[in-house]
Design a binder for this molecule. Structure first.
Ligand code: FAD
Ligand code: TPP
Ligand code: MG
Length: 590
């Protein structure tokens, strides 16, 4: 079913101005007008009128998940891969509380979403009604904004505002809570608003010209410049501008975990991811640069390590971010530029092209020599073992080698496997690496993958996961079958909550308190029970054939249970409290 946004909008506008519609019908018309193609959700008493209105239309496809957490994750994964607003629909009470983890996950990574929740009838609010919970109160700290719609006449404008807030400025999830009577009452429908004005909400797009000029001056006189980019470049669709800027300047670049793909990993100017599990060259450059250009990155604690250590080296910092509250939050910056990354980088590029000043070539040459020295350490080199046991890095590396020229999306869960995916799958394109960074939510991998596969049926979608994480939303294998979203699950099964085990080994003197996963299910049979294909892979020489076989099964969901080395650790690693250059590089450092 391919329906263009324009078709959806004109279908929505088709209502005659005098028509009487139920709140639920107005809601659906609004979603159509917003160009929504998919909703992930789960029904219940408070949303049955909305489900009824969904039943009577055929432009929006609803996907019935098996748990509301997965509905929000699937819509979130869709939003991350496409850049559109992801939409989820849940019922009141337990439906909403189940969705909370999904909403918080999207909030922490600034993902545009609208979550519609049912609420008990307005007259029953506050009376401990059946399946009542204070949705606005519960979600307040984990949304960009939320609304309780008390009158059906406000529905259309509220939805318009919700989409506008979700996708503009720093994106984020918006909850629209709809009491049952609001979805049921009939009112005259005058159409979906064409525009929205909010006096108190006007995100800045254009950066301050004077600040941009000052930034450029600083950048061009730098001896040891460094460009540190994050999720904001992807969210602002500014990868092309970033690439042009780097081309013009010839400066080294790093990405955060959330920014991978913003700059091609295969480009020599890319130093790899920085931070807790970043490369030696990326972290050393961060510590030793004299001018840092931070672009849509928020100086996360996993990126700068111990702030006192970070502050030991003097450097001038330029920070481009659309959210003024992100600036100087954790690290004091010298030249703040509040604005949209695409606009600001565009402006910088024009100024460089118009001017005659160029970077200091000899200083830059010396800086590159230093960086190449760090790069020689080859910190992602790993011990391939005795050929008996599968190394997790090898699985990711093999997958990357096999699919590097294919149209692929990689989702992950949270743990060691996530870090190996980030380190060894080398992303050249934006929005191809889909994971939870800020909240670090185990259980996102399968729902993310199925959300993406629905929108991108011709792409290959792999979920790199752990045997711990995958069990947190494994029920969604059922949804994958019902909606024909064939995904490929690569479980790096080390029988441990590996990232926890690694911390216990290094920080808690090997006291492995409750990190061993005993009594695991037989994943092959489990996959088969859900109607899919299961594979058990126990030897290194079987890794490539298994992946090849799985890829051939284009129309099937395949669960690959790779039995990996249970004691493998993620390196480099910056321990808690350490500076980013104080890295452990391998087991010899323990
Ligand atoms: C197990 C684990 C290990 C991790 N280890 C690492 C690690 O080693 N290295 C690492 O980098 N991360 C790591 N993380 C992730 C980390 O927790 C943070 O999520 C991540 O560093 C934040 O990335 P970011 O700074 O790009 O910010 P994001 O959360 O992506 O924020 C984006 C920023 O861009 C801004 N922005 C949004 N849109 C625009 C726009 N249009 N224009 C301008 N600005 C915009 C936003 O306001 C925000 O400030 C790890 C996470 C887990 C779970
Ligand atoms: C919902 C949730 N609970 C707990 C954690 C803490 N945590 C982070 S990584 C991890 C272990 C993940 O184990 P697994 O999925 O097997 O991945 P591995 O680290 O072994 O690759 C845990 C428990 C979390 N991130 N999310
Ligand atoms: Mg594990």
């Amino acid at each position: 079913m391919e329906v263009s946004k324009a078709e959806l909008a004109s279908a929505a506008a088709a209502a005659s101005p005098t028509q009487e519609l139920m709140g639920s019908e107005i809601l659906i018309k609004g979603l159509q007008a917003e160009g929504v193609k998919y909703i992930w959700g789960y029904p219940g008493g408070a949303v049955l009128y909305i489900y009824d209105a969904l039943y009577k239309q055929d432009t929006i496809q609803h996907v019935l998940v098996r748990h509301e957490q997965a509905a929000v994750h699937a819509a979130d994964g869709y939003a991350r891969a496409t850049g559109d607003v992801g939409v989820a629909l849940v019922t009141s009470g337990p439906g909403l509380t189940n969705a909370v983890t999904g909403i918080a996950t999207a909030y922490m990574d600034s993902i545009p979403m609208v979550i519609i929740s049912g609420q008990v009838p307005t007259a029953a609010i506050g009376l401990d009604a059946f399946q009542e919970c204070d949705t606005v109160g519960i979600t307040r700290p984990i949304v960009k904004h939320n609304f309780l719609v008390k009158d059906p006449r406000d529905l259309a404008m509220t939805l318009k505002k919700a989409f506008h807030i979700a996708r503009s400025g720093r994106p984020g999830p918006v909850v629209v809570d709809v009491p049952k009577d609001v979805s049921f009452k009939k009112i005259p429908y005058t159409g979906y608003p064409e525009s929205v004005e909010m006096r108190s909400y006007n995100p800045v797009r254009k950066g301050h010209g004077g600040q941009i000029r000052k930034a450029l001056q600083l950048l061009l006189t730098a001896k040891r410049p460094y460009i540190y980019t994050g999720g904001g470049v992807l969210l602002g669709n500014a990868t092309q501008e970033l690439r042009t800027l780097v081309e013009l300047l010839g400066y080294p670049v790093t990405n955060t975990l959330m920014g991978l793909g913003a700059f091609p990993a295969s480009d020599r100017k890319f130093l790899g991811m920085l931070g807790m599990h970043g490369t030696v060259e990326a972290n050393n450059a961060m510590q030793n640069c004299d001018v840092l250009l931070a672009v849509g990155a928020r100086f996360d604690d996993r990126v700068i390590g111990n702030p006192k250590h970070f502050a030991q080296n003097e450097r001038k910092i330029i920070h481009i971010d659309i959210d003024p509250s992100s600036i100087s939050k954790r690290v004091k910056v010298d030249i703040p530029i509040v604005g949209d990354v695409k606009d600001v980088l565009g402006e910088l590029i024009s100024m460089i092209r118009e001017g005659s000043q160029r970077p200091d070539a000899s200083a830059l040459g010396a800086w590159w020599d230093t960086i190449e020295g760090w790069r020689k350490r080859d910190c992602l080199k790993y011990d391939h073992g005795n050929g008996e046991v599968i190394k997790p890095q090898y699985v990711v590396e093999t997958l990357w080698n096999m699919t590097r020229d294919a149209d692929t999306y990689i989702t992950s869960d949270v743990g060691q496997h996530q870090m190996w995916a980030a380190q060894y799958y080398r992303f050249d394109e934006p929005r191809r690496w889909i994971n939870s960074g800020g909240l670090g939510t185990m259980g996102v991998g399968i729902p993310y993958a199925m959300g993406i596969k629905l929108a991108k049926p011709d792409s290959e979608v792999f979920c790199i996961t752990g045997e711990g994480s995958v069990q947190m939303n494994i029920q969604e294998l059922s949804t994958c079958l019902q909606y024909n979203t064939p995904i490929k699950i690569c479980a790096l099964n080390n029988r441990y909550l590996g990232m926890v085990r690694q911390w216990q080994e290094i920080e808690y003197s090997g006291r492995y308190s409750h990190s061993y996963m005993d009594a695991l299910p037989n994943f092959v049979k489990l996959a088969e029970a859900y109607g899919h294909v299961g594979m058990l892979i126990e030897r290194p020489e079987d890794v490539e054939p298994a992946l090849r076989e799985a890829r051939k099964l284009k129309d099937r969901t395949v669960f690959m249970d790779f039995r990996t080395d249970p004691t493998e650790n993620v390196f480099p690693m910056v321990q808690a409290g350490k500076g980013i250059t104080e890295m452990l590089l391998g087991s010899e450092d323990l």
